[in-house]
Design a protein around this ligand. Structure first.
Ligand code: ADP
Ligand code: MG
Length: 349
């Protein structure tokens, strides 16, 4: 649908593995002093420091995690990096390096991989991380991309999922549900396109949703914002699978319960209007939609004044004793038990 029909068709076999790696990585510049050696030797060399090292990996598979009929490869590259950086920021750390491993079938051209790496490079430049290595191999079918991010945090600064305390406030950054709805809009347009390829979709009213799906931004700013506010969260997690399953991870690892207030969940106006159009419940979408890459954290109630009214944050509930369970307080003031439904579960409905 969005695929560029004018792209060149250079076969990957024309370059060979080493030529390909060199071609794809030649314009990446090292930005962090801790990166001693990046791509080009048997292993990357990183300078050790007094800080703690954070390491995280995600694997994305065509047909499972993304659909190239509406996910341009440049966006895929960008998003694959974001997904990993988000996990580093969720530890309250700073990301410094990534490695990128790809497996591609012969369906992919050099130009296609250039687009993928243009997205990776844009992410590296915007977020000040260095590409320091990876692996390149072939696959029988489709494309697979695995990114590992490496980051750092001061010893006392790392925030785990397990530290939430009773009465702590539950806070989220940004707004929720838009990425999932963006996917719904793109899926619908794909169906329309398959019936009538001449039909040019008018996506103006969904721009925010589609951007959230195709070009998510990890919340690099949040650890810094919290530092400025002199707030250290008691627990933190990134929202990749939907608010519901993330708060349940925090609660189960912290051995606590929670109350989330439906009317406090931050929603963009496009989420509200598109939910009406698709006849979906916006609370359900925020709870179970996923791929928002916002941060969910808990802070001591003593930090209420510092967090309150900050435009980046919404206080959506509080932590309770474990035996109180994990509940959503609805607008009608009814308490219902939260269920862990990631976006996959939602998709199968
Ligand atoms: P080895 O045979 O030792 O695994 P490779 O030939 O796979 O080495 O890799 C050579 C260099 O290129 C290494 O620094 C490796 O990390 C890097 N590299 C390989 N594939 C990629 C890729 N897809 N993206 C970035 N760097 C890569
Ligand atoms: Mg290798």
């Amino acid at each position: 649908m969005i695929e560029d029909k004018n792209q060149g068709r250079t076969s990957l076999s024309e370059l060979g593995e080493f030529g390909l790696i060199n071609h794809l990585t030649q314009y990446f510049k090292i930005k962090n002093p801790a990166t001693v050696k990046g791509v080009g030797d048997d292993a990357a060399v990183l300078e050790a420091s007094e800080k703690q090292t954070l390491v995280t990996t995600d694997l994305l598979i065509e047909g499972v995690h993304f659909d190239l009929s509406y996910m341009p490869l440049k966006h895929l590259g960008y998003k694959a990096v974001m997904v990993n950086l988000s996990d580093v920021y969720a530890m309250n750390g700073e990301a410094e390096q990534i490695t990128v491993s790809i497996a591609v079938s012969n369906r992919f051209t050099l130009e296609a991989l250039e687009a993928l790496y243009a997205g990776i490079q844009l992410a590296c430049d915007t977020y000040k991380v260095d590409l320091v290595g990876g692996d390149t191999t072939s696959s029988n079918k489709g494309i697979l991309i695995s990114v590992t991010a490496i980051g750092k945090a001061n010893k006392g600064d790392v925030v785990y999922r397990s530290g939430a305390k009773e009465t702590d406030l539950i806070v989220v950054s940004g707004d929720l549900g838009a990425a999932y709805l963006g996917l719904q809009v793109l899926e619908r347009e794909k169906q329309v396109f398959q019936v009538n390829p001449n039909n040019q979709p008018d996506l103006d009213q969904y721009t925010y949703l589609i951007e959230r799906q195709l070009k998510p931004e990890a919340r690099k700013d949040v650890p810094g914002l919290l530092k400025e506010l002199e707030v250290k969260p008691t627990s933190m997690i990134d929202i990749s699978d939907g608010l519901s399953s993330e708060i349940m991870h925090v609660c189960s690892q912290s051995k606590k319960g929670c109350k989330i207030y439906e009317d406090k969940i931050p929603l963009d106006p496009q989420v509200i209007s598109t939910c009406e159009e698709f006849n979906l419940d916006s609370t359900m979408i925020a709870l179970s939609g996923g791929e928002d890459y916002e941060l969910l954290f808990t802070v001591s109630i003593d930090d209420f004044e510092k967090v309150k009214g900050n435009p980046n944050f919404s206080i959506i509930g509080h932590i309770t004793a474990e035996d109180q369970g994990m509940n959503l307080v609805t607008r009608a003031n009814q308490e219902i038990e939260l269920k862990a439904q990631g976006w996959n579960a939602l998709k199968e409905e």
